[in-house]
Design a protein around this ligand. Sequence first.
Ligand SMILES: *Cc1c(COP(=O)(O)O)cnc(C)c1O
Length: 215
Amino acid sequence: MIKENLHKILEVLPSTVKLVVVSKFRPIEQLVEVHETGQRDFAENRVQELFDKYKKLPKDILWHMIGHLQSNKVKYIAPFIHLIHSLDSIELADEINKQAIKNGRTIRVLLQFHVAKEESKFGFNPEDSQNIARQVSSFSNIEVSGIMGMATLTDDNNLIRKEFEQLKTIFDALKNTVGKDNPAFDTLSMGMSSDFKIAAEAGSNLVRIGSLVFE
Ligand SMILES: *Cc1c(COP(=O)(O)O)cnc(C)c1O
């Protein structure tokens, strides 16, 4: 089932778009099954679960943190995290930088922007994007690799498309400023199970897909 689901997704996903499998709440055996297909990028939204799975699973997995991250938990994932998608405050960046220095590494992050209609979603205000990107880029041991965002949970595909286009506009603008000195600024993380096709059409180059893989 999982292997067929993955196959179906990869069949329709343009080759320029990376698939990150969102494995939150799924048992280890199911992650093993995904790993057996050659998939190496996995995402979790809670530190404890991410850390437990990291310990139990093969070390060639690239772990992505996609959920809201509290500063006091950064230390658990700092030694191995591949990419933090959910950077949403300068205080958090400061802590990530400290932990990166402690671990003698550079940690890659995406700036999360809030474009959805829902109040509850985390992320920076798009209006502050240049200022925020400049500030985060100044940390010695953080590499700003791009941006992440989520569309409103709605059946209104036009609204979803508009929000993804807004994220693409932010991404392009930042590419022309902070991206000028930083060729690693290359990731536009947007799209989930319900909206990844719209996201890909709007310019996403990384989709985060859970339910479609496991259900
Ligand atoms: C859960 C989650 C996803 C995946 O959602 P699905 O609908 O299961 O594909 C993607 N991004 C974030 C930030 C999530 O929390």
